[in-house]
Design a protein around this ligand. Structure first.
Ligand SMILES: [Zn+2]
Length: 284
């Protein structure tokens, strides 16, 4: 192998770590198969040995080929470290070509890398907000929606000819809205508009009735109890009829007079029971 043998200058450069990676690999392969060059290398190495430390003397105990490969590997590592970044990347991909899964992984890494770059470069202020379209409710009924909702916080409705009502955004708090919905779904409380002075009659009757209901079993004996219940039923019927008329037309003065008279009858009737109870209490 004399034709391709390595000159001493190249060997010295190799030992000094001044040869390229390709050259180092070539020298390594050649010396492994050429005894002459191996000897030449060993001699050159020994000539340099006086500068070596104790550690290196330990290495000298190894056989020349082992020392050689150690040196080659070292030079390869150094060469790799000196190469620019893009070259390392290139060699990585060149190696990966043989491995399909490595290629797939590399592709994924590139995609994620690009995404990361795009993400970080994107200005933070550009945030696209999706505004949901306003839902519409079909109003098939003939009754028009009230034009004003006092105190409900709902802005006015506008009914277009197609009967589609846009729902405005409410300014109520979630808690208030929940309350409104609860009231709407709950039992309907009849809002009775009383005639003037009517409420005091009703309150007096309610108070008396509480006493009478509690006491009537003690106050009445058999037949008088039946009479009382009959009179009460009559007066209650009268009150009910008159109430109906007055609710329909609060300005019906005659109906109101009869209603008040009926209330008074009931109060008198209940009072007889209460007075009887008092009388019995004094006798006892
Ligand atoms: Zn040789």
């Amino acid at each position: 192998m004399n034709g391709k043998c390595i000159d001493i200058g190249t060997i010295q450069a190799f030992l000094d770590g001044e040869t390229t990676q390709d050259d180092s690999l070539h020298i390594g392969h050649h010396v492994a198969n050429c005894d002459n060059c191996a000897r030449l290398l060993a001699v050159a190495e020994d000539e340099n040995s006086f500068v070596f430390s104790t550690l290196d003397r330990e290495m000298n105990a190894l056989v020349p080929t082992q020392r050689l490969w150690t040196r080659i590997n070292d030079s390869i590592e150094v060469g790799k470290a000196r190469r620019p970044f893009w070259q390392n990347v290139y060699s990585f991909f060149a190696m990966s070509v043989r491995d399909r899964s490595m290629m797939a992984m590399a592709g994924l890494l590139i995609v994620f890398g690009l995404l990361a770059v795009v993400w970080t470069l994107q200005p933070a202020m550009v945030v696209t907000t999706y505004v949901a379209p306003t839902p519409a409710v079909r109003n098939t009924g003939t009754t028009a929606a009230p034009s004003s909702h006092e105190g409900t916080g709902v802005s006015e409705f506008k009914t277009d000819p197609s009967g589609i009502q846009p729902i405005r955004v409410s300014n109520h708090s979630p808690k208030k809205l929940e309350q409104i919905v609860g009231e709407a779904n709950g039992p309907r409380v009849e809002h009775i508009i009383y005639a003037p002075g009517e409420e005091s009659y009703i309150k007096t009757i309610a108070d008396l009735k509480e006493t009478v209901d509690y006491r009537k079993d003690e106050v009445f004996s058999g037949s008088s109890r039946v009479d009382f219940e009959r009179d009460l039923a009559v007066v209650n019927d009268s009150i009910k009829r008159m109430q109906k008329i007055v609710r329909k037309n609060p300005n019906n003065q005659a109906a109101r007079q009869i209603l008040y008279a009926s209330y008074q009858d009931k109060i008198d009737l209940l009072n007889t029971v209460a007075q009887k109870d008092e009388l019995m209490a004094t006798i006892r």
